[in-house]
Design a protein around this ligand. Sequence first.
Ligand SMILES: Cc1ncc(COP(=O)(O)O)c(C=O)c1O
Length: 394
Amino acid sequence: MDSADYRTTSCYPDGLAPTRRAFLASLATAAAAAGTSCSFDTETEMSSPGVTQLPSIPPGGFPIGSVQLNFNENPLGPSPRAIEAILDSGLVKANRYTYIDPLIEAIGRHIGMPAENVLVGCGSTEFLQFAPWAFLQDRGSMVVSDPTYGWTAGVAETMGRRVIRVPVDTQGVVDSQRMREAIRRGTRVVYLVNPNNPTGGSIPHEEVVSLVEALPSNAILMVDEAYNEFLPEAGRTLDLVRQGAPVLVLRTFSKVYGLAGLRLGFAIGPMSVLTQLRKVWWEDFGINTAAQIAGPAALGDQEHVRRYIELVDSGLIQLRSGLSDFGFAPFPHRAPFMMVDLGRTTDAIHRALYERNIFVQPGSKWGMPNFLRVSVGTAEDNAAFLNALQEMTV
Ligand SMILES: Cc1ncc(COP(=O)(O)O)c(C=O)c1O
């Protein structure tokens, strides 16, 4: 979730509770003491000094007619089948806590894995939030690429754990060799986002395998596959899970399925990994009734997914050609967003676009001040962004 406000108040006590009940109690106490909810903005951790960051969501919400190219959302909307399923249900069971087994089984069938290898959560963020609690409980470091999606590293740091950041290469691709070299005896989590957000670069399956091989005992590779449908070898990390490798794969309904607002994600791992994660997992508490109904229906609508992938592929061509015509240097990757080097700091351009209700992300949020990150939208959205950028810069 890119939109949360960054709050500096620590949400977590350093000591971690060994049981779920104690864990939940400690969370409630910490939140009450802080007087705020827990929230890490994954996109605002590295603002340029002296630059006042604009809020991710304008006060009062996005104005009607906004061009929202800032959160990598699916502009086609939710799968109509998911909406129909919710409406047909009438949500008459919303007074009850959710029964999540059918959802887990539907996901298992869809990915070709036994249900026992699947956990569902309140977006994949639930797992990004709790993985450090599960795997860095006593001690240990996390290795991440830099930049990358910041949530889970933010939690680890708030817990007082060391996060080792490994720069991506000049094209924004995760440098798996340097990631391997950064792994220490005490490393417990290596976090890989593939394709990487915000840069869009991806690494091939054999490099993912090489990261697993470099893990010390008791460590896991957590592969965040929020955008896995855009990988040339989509789905191969599940083979590692099938082999029992210490891998935790995270997936989401927020992107290709267009259900970001319903909050539904899942984790896939071998029993050894899930046993640890279950200690802090929210079980059925993370899943709302509407999401539980929509999930299986959305999985059954692969046509909707296909339409979105096509939209992204043509949008990438449109954006890349427009940006290159203006003399800018977009990264060449396949993902539903793109980073582009404008050859000058982009904060003022970002602000000017914002004032015209065109919302993108400034690279300064990730220490890349000459870049903008733009999500792929509809052809009209992309054109609106390109036209405005041309007026401002060319
Ligand atoms: C790499 C990555 N992981 C996780 C998320 C959050 O996903 P969810 O909506 O499932 O919590 C995002 C959202 O932008 C993301 O880019």
